[in-house]
Design a binder for this molecule. Sequence first.
Ligand SMILES: Cc1cc2nc3c(=O)[nH]c(=O)nc-3n(C[C@H](O)[C@H](O)[C@H](O)COP(=O)(O)OP(=O)(O)OC[C@H]3O[C@@H](n4cnc5c(N)ncnc54)[C@H](O)[C@@H]3O)c2cc1C
Length: 436
Amino acid sequence: MGKNIIILGAGLSGISTAYFLQEFDWVESIALLEKESRPGGLCRTIEKDGYLYDIGPHILFSKDIEMLELMLSVLEEKNDLKRSNQILYKKRQIQYPFENDLSKLPDEELSYCINAFNHNPYEEYEASSMIQFFLKTFGEGITNTYLRPYNEKIWKYDPAFMNTSMVDRIPKPTQEEIRRSAAGETIEGYLHQLYFSYPSQGGIEAVPNGFLKRLDPAKCAVYTGKTVCGVERIGEEYTVRTADGGAYEADMVISTIPIQALTAASRDVPEEIRECVNSLRYNSIAISFVRTPYDLCGENYAFMIPDKNVTFHRISKMDFLGSAYHHGDEATYMVEVTYRKNDSVDIMTEAKFQEEIRDGMVEIGFARRKEDVDILDITKYEYAYVIYDLNHSGNMVKIRDYYAQQGIILNGRFGNFEYWNMDRVLRESYELSKRL
Ligand SMILES: Cc1cc2nc3c(=O)[nH]c(=O)nc-3n(C[C@H](O)[C@H](O)[C@H](O)COP(=O)(O)OP(=O)(O)OC[C@H]3O[C@@H](n4cnc5c(N)ncnc54)[C@H](O)[C@@H]3O)c2cc1C
């Protein structure tokens, strides 16, 4: 007899896990339970007044060629694009990555950055936090001018209390590169994401949709509007309950829903494990979809904004991604603001939030006047970014051990609580299907 599997959550992890598992003869059926009315999770695309936008800028790139090719193969059509991202610093555009375009800085900051890079007292230390890594790798000038303020803004968490998981693969620039960058040369950096693809139609949701179309209906079923609220194991059998009164039986449960939601739905979780789960840090995100009647940002996609007087940390122009996302002379943007429960952004009224977005658009020079900023939509997502605080790995070791003992398999960005992009999500789902 084959196994009946329930997958909690139908984001890209849930969908791709089903996609890989359906190939195996030992798999009899796969039911995906998704709380939203549509599958796709963070890879959904929102349609508003005839426009499309994603939950923040999503692009398709990877060093994992096998998974990248798979992702691209499920698309009907794609646009191939070259990155054009900028850092906005004192109304100047510094091409991303910052350290490769130093000559665009005002003179004072330029000499601070080069001097501190060339005479760096932090170089010899072991870096055990994000900020130590920045100081060691780039010196105090680049750190204090850009990396520290930008990271404080996006993470809303002091980088001194974050580990190096996010950053320790960032290459250290050579003295030669810094000298050329300071002398006026713009050097392309982070080459693995210099070129990327994006679906020609349908936004990033075309990716999960492409995999959904490839699910075998004889084996797989996706149920939406199903909020998982109970997971119970009796012997070798599992019962999963949903908030609408549904009950589903299975031989195997794979959870891609946030570990917090799984723990809330599980009975008899020891206090120590609940405390570990409660200590996990993450950021939520608000995406404002904004239109201006003209385009003042040029042929660019994403802009990073370290200036703390502007509420948002990043703004990305949808129009850059292809003709399906472009409307006449106007420009449309995804504007991102991270927040956490009860912080100043979370408790802000919507009117004040909108006001801050309009002010920011004028401040960065993308709108001539506030009246030109048309906020078409604001959507919020509780689980957006895993924060690698100093206790992250210790907490996750205990949590993973506990769920392994329960026979519940964890997968996904928030199911496993790791900062995984789409390529990594696919790789993990693929490896998991082979392991099972
Ligand atoms: C701002 C931003 C930009 C990004 N940019 C990129 C990029 O450029 N390139 C890239 O490759 N990746 C990018 N990513 C990452 C990408 O979005 C994720 O890797 C991917 O979407 C994670 O999929 P997942 O299925 O693991 O998680 P999710 O998409 O979070 O899916 C989890 C699913 O579980 C459901 N769920 C939650 N609770 C319950 C419950 N109780 N019962 C039932 N269902 C539940 C949710 O509704 C959701 O559908 C970005 C992410 C963000 C936030």
